[in-house]
Design a protein around this ligand. Structure first.
Ligand code: DGL
Length: 276
């Protein structure tokens, strides 16, 4: 039987790195009183270049441990790569309600005017059967152009640390997407199918419009707002702490670690950093 939820029970966010912040921000806009545990796996980043088996094992093991330790009311896999590969496994194995992040192909397909949608994701995400199913379900009579842009993960990590990023990285990603299909020129919606990518959205749009020649009204779409609404719905009627909800980052070290990227977390009311 489902136990009643304690006010201090957190919402768990999980991503390989900083990308989950693009899902966390819209969630905090709807639930400013929520206690949060934001867990990173910098030892495993980048997920996008790993095999399905490796990602599946890693994500299931880490989530199992985190859930046992923090007993979250909801666990959010704020990573498209991990969600498209491991969401079904963790849902089957663990009782906690899960929310996944998968490429926002549906809203893009519903709103495109040219019928040509671009999908930027990691190498692992764009080859997933999960994405094939979304395409079959929502893109009938439309075209989905997929392109892997793993260098945008490193770009987002660097940007969030206040480091210089060569703007050519963004131009290359947009050009690669456009060249992935001879109708790429007609793309009017770009799905940002990796949670790191909304963190560099403005740079991508600038590259698309100013350098590659996409129209000014090119739109990017990501799942952040929809996920925030889903979390709100799942937690409706639950109690929250009266003040100062606990906000904690979990880190497992590695060359990137979280320390140098603390400022955006401090701005969201995080006060603690712990090892896994
Ligand atoms: N943020 C992850 C995603 O949404 C990917 C980053 C990585 O490659 O580790 O797919």
């Amino acid at each position: 039987m489902q136990q009643p939820v304690a006010p201090e029970s957190p919402i768990l966010f999980f991503d390989s790195g900083i990308g989950g912040v693009s899902v966390l921000r819209p969630t905090l806009a709807l639930l400013p009183q929520a206690p949060i545990v934001y867990a990173t796996d910098y030892l495993g980043l980048p997920y996008g270049e790993k095999s399905e088996a490796e990602i599946g094992t890693r994500v299931s093991a880490l989530l199992g441990r985190l859930i046992e330790r923090f007993r979250p009311r909801v666990a959010v896999i704020a990573c498209n790569t991990a969600s498209t590969i491991a969401l079904a496994h963790v849902r089957a194995a663990l009782d906690t309600p899960f929310v996944g992040t998968v490429p926002a192909i549906k809203p893009a397909a519903l709103s495109t005017e040219t019928g040509v949608i671009g999908l930027l994701g990691t190498e692992a995400t764009i080859r997933q059967p999960y994405v094939d199913r979304l395409e079959q379900e929502f893109c009938e009579g439309k075209l989905l152009v997929r392109y892997a842009a793993p260098e945008l993960v490193a770009a987002a990590e660097a940007k969030m640390r206040g480091q210089y990023v060569d703007p050519q990285v963004y131009v290359n990603a947009i050009r690669g997407l456009e060249n992935a299909h001879d109708k790429g020129f007609w793309i009017d919606r770009i799905v940002l199918g990796c949670t790191h990518f909304p963190l560099v959205r403005d740079e991508l749009v600038e590259a698309a419009v100013k350098q590659v020649g996409f129209p000014n009204d090119i739109q990017t779409i990501n799942g952040g707002d929809g996920i925030a609404r889903r979390i709100l719905q799942l937690t409706l009627g639950q109690p929250w702490p009266a003040s100062s909800p606990r906000r904690l980052v979990i880190n497992n070290g590695g060359p990137l670690a979280i320390k140098p990227v603390w400022a955006p977390f401090a701005a969201m009311g995080f006060t603690e950093l712990q090892a896994v």
